[in-house]
Design a protein around this ligand. Structure first.
Ligand code: FE2
Length: 394
């Protein structure tokens, strides 16, 4: 008798670029955003939900109301269009102007020829503006990050005890459009790396970060505010798709832009297809403080001193390699557990590999390189410390 095939088949979990389907993205992006689904919002424009901080700030005085607001925002980021704007996030623009003065000072102080990840042109970039502003002017930092609506927005996606990071991007007149892309984590990795992550991890990664931008200048359409493709975060294979020409063309034909006023904020799921637009004005410097907010769930429970571990076992590993008593695969397996395998977090002022690559080198890669070159412990240790010095410079 012929054996019946099991009805419980296992779905595909690993995908490559050849699996991406333009029609799937087109269908997902044909969804409409309805204002009725978001009673606390002011309006829906171009499929993007718009709130006014003046109307929603009073809700943060009451924990039930605050939860209602967080629920709406979370729905937008997961099941809805994936993006919302908060008008007047900073109603009093004095703190924005004070921040801009500090940014200008920092840009002058630094050799600011840093490039954008996804565009060429004459941008100015300040990495880690969070820390730099705190060191320059405690009162401005306190005033900026005491914002209640900002905290609620962050918690609506990442939950409590989130970790804030910020980077300033100044796009000068004539600054070119970015290539459409997705953001950190997997937006910073190449297709060959992405396809090693099961689709469940790819879905999970977008829950670990919320991407935002606060307008620090007026941003009329001609200055190139962020181009957004609402609902595109729901295309599961999107991390493998955004470099593809057909997908990029679809983005350029269907992306929307909303003019922003100084003090407005825009927040989106990091898996949403987006790109900074072209600044076609003659005199507006488009200034944004980009906020990257991380969930605490990306962290391990124990702090591990990988330097101590790898320094102690490296001579034995080298011996195993040289005597052929362990295979290359086995040595790699040990290194995965004995080193930090991720290039982030890092200091982006010094770790230029991290954004030219786009992904930088990790302790794991440095260890494998050292073994390949049969470096002795002293030489390996100095490479390790050189890498740590750059990564953790402050
Ligand atoms: Fe981006």
């Amino acid at each position: 008798m012929k054996k019946e095939a099991s009805k419980a088949s296992i779905n595909q979990v690993f995908f490559s670029e050849s699996d991406i389907n333009h029609d799937d993205l087109r269908q997902i992006c044909s969804q409409k955003t309805f204002k009725e689904e978001y009673p606390l919002a002011d309006s829906v424009e171009n499929n993007v939900v718009i709130y006014n901080a003046i109307n929603i700030t009073p809700l943060t005085d009451n924990s039930n109301q605050e939860k209602r607001l967080k629920t709406e925002l979370n729905h937008i980021l997961e099941k809805g269009p994936g993006v919302f704007v908060i008008r007047n996030l900073f109603e009093d623009c004095e703190v924005i102007d004070q921040s801009n003065d500090i940014f200008e000072k920092i840009i002058k102080k630094e050799d600011n020829s840093k490039n954008d990840h996804f565009a060429s042109g004459t941008n100015a970039r300040i990495w880690n503006s969070l820390q730099k502003v705190a060191l320059e002017n405690p009162e401005v930092f306190i005033n900026y990050y005491s914002n209640n609506v900002l905290r609620v927005v962050a918690e609506s996606w990442c939950g409590p005890n989130f970790q804030m990071t910020a980077q300033v991007n100044v796009v000068k007149p004539g600054g070119e459009m970015q290539k459409p892309h997705r953001d950190y984590h997997l937006g910073f990795q190449e297709n060959k790396e992405i396809q090693e992550y099961p689709i469940s991890s790819q879905r999970m990664s977008q829950n670990l970060t919320l991407q935002g931008a606060v307008a620090h200048s007026e941003m009329p359409l001609e200055s190139g505010p962020t181009m957004l493709l609402p609902h595109s975060h729901k295309y599961e294979l999107g991390y493998l798709a955004w470099r593809n020409n057909v997908f990029q063309n679809f983005f350029c034909e269907n992306a929307v832009q909303l003019p922003l006023k100084k003090g407005d904020g825009v927040f989106f799921n990091p898996a949403l297809f987006h790109a900074a637009g072209t600044n076609s004005t003659k005199k507006i410097d488009r200034i944004a403080n980009l906020l990257q907010i991380s969930s605490v769930f990306g962290k391990t429970m124990e702090h591990i001193d990988y330097i101590k571990i790898i320094k102690n076992i490296y001579p034995a590993l080298l011996e195993h390699q040289n005597n052929n008593t362990l295979s290359k695969k086995s040595i790699t397996n040990v290194c995965i557990c004995a080193t930090d395998g991720y290039a982030f977090p890092t200091n982006l002022d010094y770790d230029t590999n991290a954004y030219s690559g786009i992904k930088g080198f990790s302790m794991f890669e440095i260890t494998l390189q050292a073994l390949e070159q049969s470096l002795d412990l002293d030489n390996f240790t100095s490479k390790l410390y050189e890498h740590q010095k750059i990564k953790f410079a402050s």
